[in-house]
Design a protein around this ligand. Structure first.
Ligand code: URA
Length: 242
Protein backbone atom coordinates (compact mmCIF):
# COMPACT_ATOMS: atom_id res chain seq x y z
CA UNK A 1 0.00 0.00 0.00
CA UNK A 2 1.23 3.49 -0.79
CA UNK A 3 -0.09 6.95 -0.06
CA UNK A 4 -2.76 8.18 -2.45
CA UNK A 5 -0.80 11.27 -3.51
CA UNK A 6 2.21 9.09 -4.30
CA UNK A 7 0.06 6.70 -6.36
CA UNK A 8 -1.29 9.66 -8.34
CA UNK A 9 2.17 11.13 -8.88
CA UNK A 10 3.62 7.70 -9.79
CA UNK A 11 1.03 7.34 -12.53
CA UNK A 12 2.63 10.36 -14.23
CA UNK A 13 -0.61 12.33 -13.94
CA UNK A 14 0.91 15.21 -11.98
CA UNK A 15 3.42 16.01 -9.25
CA UNK A 16 2.89 14.81 -5.68
CA UNK A 17 2.30 18.37 -4.53
CA UNK A 18 -0.35 18.88 -7.19
CA UNK A 19 -1.92 15.53 -6.21
CA UNK A 20 -2.20 16.77 -2.61
CA UNK A 21 -3.95 19.88 -3.88
CA UNK A 22 -6.40 17.74 -5.85
CA UNK A 23 -7.15 15.70 -2.72
CA UNK A 24 -7.61 18.74 -0.47
CA UNK A 25 -9.78 20.40 -3.12
CA UNK A 26 -12.07 17.34 -3.15
CA UNK A 27 -11.23 16.29 -6.70
CA UNK A 28 -10.20 12.69 -5.98
CA UNK A 29 -12.31 9.52 -5.76
CA UNK A 30 -11.06 6.11 -4.72
CA UNK A 31 -13.34 3.20 -5.62
CA UNK A 32 -16.20 5.68 -5.94
CA UNK A 33 -15.65 7.41 -2.56
CA UNK A 34 -14.63 11.04 -2.34
CA UNK A 35 -11.31 11.51 -0.53
CA UNK A 36 -10.56 14.93 0.90
CA UNK A 37 -7.85 14.22 3.45
CA UNK A 38 -4.21 13.31 3.04
CA UNK A 39 -3.01 10.01 4.50
CA UNK A 40 -5.24 7.52 2.69
CA UNK A 41 -3.35 4.51 1.35
CA UNK A 42 -4.13 2.59 -1.84
CA UNK A 43 -2.84 -0.33 -3.86
CA UNK A 44 -2.71 -1.00 -7.60
CA UNK A 45 -6.19 -2.54 -7.64
CA UNK A 46 -7.89 0.61 -6.40
CA UNK A 47 -9.79 2.71 -8.95
CA UNK A 48 -8.55 6.28 -8.67
CA UNK A 49 -10.24 9.20 -10.44
CA UNK A 50 -8.58 12.63 -10.31
CA UNK A 51 -10.52 15.64 -11.52
CA UNK A 52 -12.65 13.36 -13.70
CA UNK A 53 -9.69 11.44 -15.13
CA UNK A 54 -9.04 7.80 -14.36
CA UNK A 55 -5.38 7.46 -13.51
CA UNK A 56 -5.31 3.70 -13.86
CA UNK A 57 -2.11 3.09 -15.75
CA UNK A 58 -3.80 0.88 -18.29
CA UNK A 59 -6.06 3.76 -19.32
CA UNK A 60 -3.34 6.22 -20.20
CA UNK A 61 -1.07 5.99 -23.19
CA UNK A 62 1.86 8.17 -24.16
CA UNK A 63 3.73 7.97 -27.45
CA UNK A 64 6.64 9.70 -29.16
CA UNK A 65 5.99 9.89 -32.88
CA UNK A 66 8.30 10.89 -35.73
CA UNK A 67 5.89 12.83 -37.92
CA UNK A 68 6.61 12.68 -41.63
CA UNK A 69 5.98 15.58 -44.02
CA UNK A 70 2.45 15.82 -45.54
CA UNK A 71 0.68 14.54 -42.44
CA UNK A 72 -1.79 16.63 -40.47
CA UNK A 73 -1.69 16.94 -36.67
CA UNK A 74 -5.36 16.33 -36.05
CA UNK A 75 -7.60 13.41 -35.20
CA UNK A 76 -9.43 13.69 -38.54
CA UNK A 77 -9.30 15.82 -41.65
CA UNK A 78 -12.25 16.92 -43.76
CA UNK A 79 -9.96 17.14 -46.80
CA UNK A 80 -9.08 13.46 -46.43
CA UNK A 81 -5.39 14.07 -45.77
CA UNK A 82 -3.38 11.58 -43.74
CA UNK A 83 -3.42 12.37 -39.99
CA UNK A 84 -1.02 11.41 -37.22
CA UNK A 85 -3.76 9.14 -35.85
CA UNK A 86 -3.67 7.02 -39.02
CA UNK A 87 -0.28 5.67 -37.88
CA UNK A 88 -1.69 4.24 -34.62
CA UNK A 89 -3.61 1.09 -33.88
CA UNK A 90 -4.52 1.98 -30.31
CA UNK A 91 -8.23 1.79 -29.45
CA UNK A 92 -7.71 4.66 -26.98
CA UNK A 93 -8.83 8.13 -28.06
CA UNK A 94 -5.37 9.44 -28.75
CA UNK A 95 -4.67 12.96 -29.93
CA UNK A 96 -1.53 14.93 -30.72
CA UNK A 97 -0.01 17.10 -28.00
CA UNK A 98 0.06 20.42 -29.84
CA UNK A 99 0.72 20.75 -33.54
CA UNK A 100 3.34 20.60 -36.19
CA UNK A 101 2.48 22.11 -39.58
CA UNK A 102 1.53 19.82 -42.47
CA UNK A 103 4.98 20.29 -44.02
CA UNK A 104 6.96 20.15 -40.73
CA UNK A 105 8.61 16.88 -39.73
CA UNK A 106 9.83 15.62 -36.38
CA UNK A 107 8.88 14.80 -32.85
CA UNK A 108 5.36 15.03 -31.48
CA UNK A 109 3.74 13.29 -28.51
CA UNK A 110 0.36 11.60 -28.70
CA UNK A 111 -1.68 10.74 -25.65
CA UNK A 112 -5.16 10.46 -24.18
CA UNK A 113 -4.11 12.31 -21.03
CA UNK A 114 -5.24 15.94 -20.80
CA UNK A 115 -3.10 16.76 -17.76
CA UNK A 116 0.03 15.58 -19.55
CA UNK A 117 -0.94 17.65 -22.59
CA UNK A 118 -1.30 20.79 -20.47
CA UNK A 119 1.98 20.14 -18.75
CA UNK A 120 3.85 19.86 -22.07
CA UNK A 121 2.13 22.80 -23.77
CA UNK A 122 1.72 25.40 -21.05
CA UNK A 123 4.30 28.17 -21.66
CA UNK A 124 4.78 28.63 -17.90
CA UNK A 125 6.40 25.18 -17.78
CA UNK A 126 9.01 26.33 -20.30
CA UNK A 127 9.54 22.91 -21.84
CA UNK A 128 12.09 23.61 -24.58
CA UNK A 129 11.37 22.48 -28.12
CA UNK A 130 14.35 22.38 -30.46
CA UNK A 131 13.83 22.99 -34.18
CA UNK A 132 16.16 22.81 -37.16
CA UNK A 133 15.14 25.31 -39.83
CA UNK A 134 16.45 25.45 -43.38
CA UNK A 135 16.21 29.01 -44.64
CA UNK A 136 16.11 30.43 -48.12
CA UNK A 137 19.09 32.77 -48.34
CA UNK A 138 21.78 33.26 -45.74
CA UNK A 139 20.71 34.92 -42.53
CA UNK A 140 22.99 37.71 -41.31
CA UNK A 141 24.34 38.26 -37.82
CA UNK A 142 22.15 41.29 -37.30
CA UNK A 143 18.95 39.25 -37.92
CA UNK A 144 20.13 36.48 -35.60
CA UNK A 145 20.77 39.08 -32.91
CA UNK A 146 17.38 40.64 -33.49
CA UNK A 147 15.69 37.23 -33.04
CA UNK A 148 17.74 36.55 -29.91
CA UNK A 149 16.57 39.83 -28.41
CA UNK A 150 12.95 38.97 -29.11
CA UNK A 151 10.56 39.64 -31.98
CA UNK A 152 6.84 40.45 -31.98
CA UNK A 153 4.68 37.52 -33.08
CA UNK A 154 0.90 37.98 -33.05
CA UNK A 155 1.33 41.14 -30.94
CA UNK A 156 3.38 39.32 -28.28
CA UNK A 157 7.13 39.51 -27.80
CA UNK A 158 8.75 36.10 -28.24
CA UNK A 159 12.26 35.53 -26.99
CA UNK A 160 13.70 32.18 -28.09
CA UNK A 161 15.76 30.21 -25.55
CA UNK A 162 18.54 29.74 -28.08
CA UNK A 163 19.34 30.58 -31.70
CA UNK A 164 22.38 29.22 -33.49
CA UNK A 165 23.50 29.38 -37.12
CA UNK A 166 24.67 25.81 -37.82
CA UNK A 167 25.80 25.89 -41.44
CA UNK A 168 25.78 27.85 -44.67
CA UNK A 169 25.36 26.45 -48.17
CA UNK A 170 26.60 29.25 -50.46
CA UNK A 171 26.08 27.21 -53.64
CA UNK A 172 22.37 26.69 -52.99
CA UNK A 173 21.99 29.97 -51.10
CA UNK A 174 20.50 28.36 -47.97
CA UNK A 175 21.48 28.01 -44.35
CA UNK A 176 20.56 25.89 -41.36
CA UNK A 177 19.60 27.47 -38.03
CA UNK A 178 18.83 25.69 -34.77
CA UNK A 179 16.24 27.47 -32.68
CA UNK A 180 14.83 26.54 -29.28
CA UNK A 181 11.49 27.89 -28.10
CA UNK A 182 9.20 26.98 -25.23
CA UNK A 183 5.85 28.51 -26.14
CA UNK A 184 3.84 26.99 -28.94
CA UNK A 185 2.09 29.64 -31.00
CA UNK A 186 0.82 28.62 -34.42
CA UNK A 187 3.59 28.67 -37.04
CA UNK A 188 5.82 30.27 -34.43
CA UNK A 189 9.20 29.35 -35.90
CA UNK A 190 8.22 30.35 -39.43
CA UNK A 191 6.86 33.65 -38.12
CA UNK A 192 10.01 34.34 -36.10
CA UNK A 193 12.14 34.04 -39.23
CA UNK A 194 9.58 35.89 -41.36
CA UNK A 195 9.83 38.80 -38.92
CA UNK A 196 13.42 39.34 -40.10
CA UNK A 197 12.55 38.68 -43.76
CA UNK A 198 13.66 35.02 -43.92
CA UNK A 199 11.64 32.23 -45.47
CA UNK A 200 11.72 28.77 -43.85
CA UNK A 201 11.87 26.12 -46.58
CA UNK A 202 12.18 23.08 -44.32
CA UNK A 203 11.44 22.61 -40.64
CA UNK A 204 12.05 19.70 -38.30
CA UNK A 205 11.42 19.48 -34.55
CA UNK A 206 14.26 17.52 -33.02
CA UNK A 207 13.33 17.33 -29.35
CA UNK A 208 10.81 18.16 -26.64
CA UNK A 209 12.49 18.55 -23.27
CA UNK A 210 14.98 15.71 -22.97
CA UNK A 211 13.08 13.41 -25.38
CA UNK A 212 14.34 13.20 -28.95
CA UNK A 213 13.91 10.97 -32.00
CA UNK A 214 16.70 8.52 -31.20
CA UNK A 215 15.85 5.08 -32.60
CA UNK A 216 12.87 6.27 -34.64
CA UNK A 217 12.55 6.58 -38.40
CA UNK A 218 10.04 8.89 -40.06
CA UNK A 219 6.53 7.47 -39.52
CA UNK A 220 7.58 5.35 -36.52
CA UNK A 221 6.60 5.72 -32.90
CA UNK A 222 7.37 4.27 -29.50
CA UNK A 223 5.70 4.42 -26.14
CA UNK A 224 7.00 6.84 -23.55
CA UNK A 225 7.77 4.86 -20.41
CA UNK A 226 6.03 5.77 -17.17
CA UNK A 227 9.47 6.75 -15.92
CA UNK A 228 9.92 9.19 -18.82
CA UNK A 229 6.44 10.63 -18.18
CA UNK A 230 7.34 11.18 -14.53
CA UNK A 231 10.68 12.68 -15.50
CA UNK A 232 8.90 15.11 -17.84
CA UNK A 233 6.71 16.26 -14.94
CA UNK A 234 9.80 16.71 -12.76
CA UNK A 235 11.57 18.48 -15.61
CA UNK A 236 8.64 20.88 -16.08
CA UNK A 237 8.75 21.72 -12.37
CA UNK A 238 12.47 22.45 -12.68
CA UNK A 239 12.20 24.60 -15.81
CA UNK A 240 9.23 26.48 -14.36
CA UNK A 241 11.34 27.62 -11.42
CA UNK A 242 14.17 28.96 -13.64
N1 URA B 1 6.66 26.53 -35.78
C1 URA B 1 6.25 26.50 -37.08
O1 URA B 1 6.33 27.51 -37.76
N2 URA B 1 5.76 25.36 -37.57
C2 URA B 1 5.69 24.22 -36.87
O2 URA B 1 5.25 23.20 -37.39
C3 URA B 1 6.12 24.25 -35.52
C4 URA B 1 6.58 25.41 -35.00
Amino acid sequence: MIRLQKAIADSGFCSRRKAEEYIINKKVFVNGSLISELGVKVDENDEIIVDGNSISKQDKEYYVFYKPRSVICSTNDDKGRKTVIDFFESNKRLYPVGRLDYDTTGIIFLTNDGEFTNMILHPKNKIPKVYIAKLEGIIDGYSIKKIKNGVIIDKVKVIPDRVKLKSIDKKNNTCIVEITIHDGKNHEVKKIFESVGCNVIKLKRESIGFIDLTGLKSGEYRRLTIKEVKQLYAYSNDTKRK
